[in-house]
Design a protein around this ligand. Structure first.
Ligand code: SAH
Length: 222
């Protein structure tokens, strides 16, 4: 059995590594530093919980690599109190990191048994996340608009419905809503950041390449 102290030291090393790899937002680094990733993986994988790698969580799904979580969170530019929708709850780790950033988190997962397990885990760790089973590409209309939407599975395109659930810049005197989504094919995806500047106007920026498990859904599925 590894002690809490060992996990604490490994987590701090992971934070240093994220900083070296280009995560420059100190608030994101602090959130990675305070989220106990070893609680979000199966016991057998706990010794590897603070290595920068994706790990299996059952049902052919994975908990994303820490760098990927930090990178998507940095692009989302989360401010305390922001309403953030996550598509693909999986282990709940990304949702917990968003909670640590002070966001109000909504998250959708298509695998019901996976979500049931994650719901219990998040509650036991004291994270308050609104969770729902279903096709996240259709968003969560009753809770829109969102300050941020993050897709944690690989998409063929940014789902139109999700873009339309973003806050329009200036609404309630707030900045433009952001959508962060890996878009590409089954082998590789490019990370895209969309900002909703007006009803039908978005600013789009592409950055690095990643490899996610596929998004399965009505819009933007792979
Ligand atoms: N954010 C997760 C990553 C999980 S992997 C974490 O931190 O662990 C991506 C997840 O997206 C998988 O659990 C998969 O079942 C889910 N998924 C794929 N397509 C989906 C869709 N259309 N709606 C909701 N969840 C989806």
């Amino acid at each position: 059995m590894l002690s809490d102290g060992v996990f604490d030291r490994r987590r701090q090393r992971l934070v240093d590594q994220m900083r070296e790899h280009g995560i420059s937002d100190e608030r994101v680094l602090a959130a990675i530093g305070s989220t106990h990733r070893h609680r979000f993986v199966e016991k057998a994988f706990r010794p590897r919980a603070y290595e920068d790698e994706a790990l299996p969580i059952g049902m052919k799904q994975t908990i994303s690599q820490p760098f990927t979580v930090a990178y998507q969170t940095m692009l989302l530019d989360v401010q305390p109190g922001d309403r953030i929708l996550e598509v693909g709850t999986g282990s709940g780790y990304q949702a917990a990191v968003l909670c640590e950033m002070g966001a109000r988190v909504f998250s959708i997962e298509r695998h019901r048994p996976l979500l049931a397990r994650t719901r219990d885990l998040l509650a036991s760790l004291g994270y308050r996340v609104a969770l729902k089973t279903g096709d996240g590409t259709l968003g969560w209309a009753s809770q829109a608009p969102f300050d941020g939407v993050v897709i944690t599975a690989g998409a063929s395109e940014a789902p139109e419905t999700l873009l339309r659930q973003l806050r329009i810049e200036g609404e309630d005197d707030k900045p433009a809503g952001r959508l962060v989504a890996p878009v590409g094919n089954r082998e590789t995806q490019t990370m895209w950041l969309y900002r909703r500047l007006a009803e039908d106007r978005y600013e789009k920026t592409a950055s690095r390449q990643f490899k996610f498990v596929p998004l399965i859904g009505q819009q933007g599925g792979l």
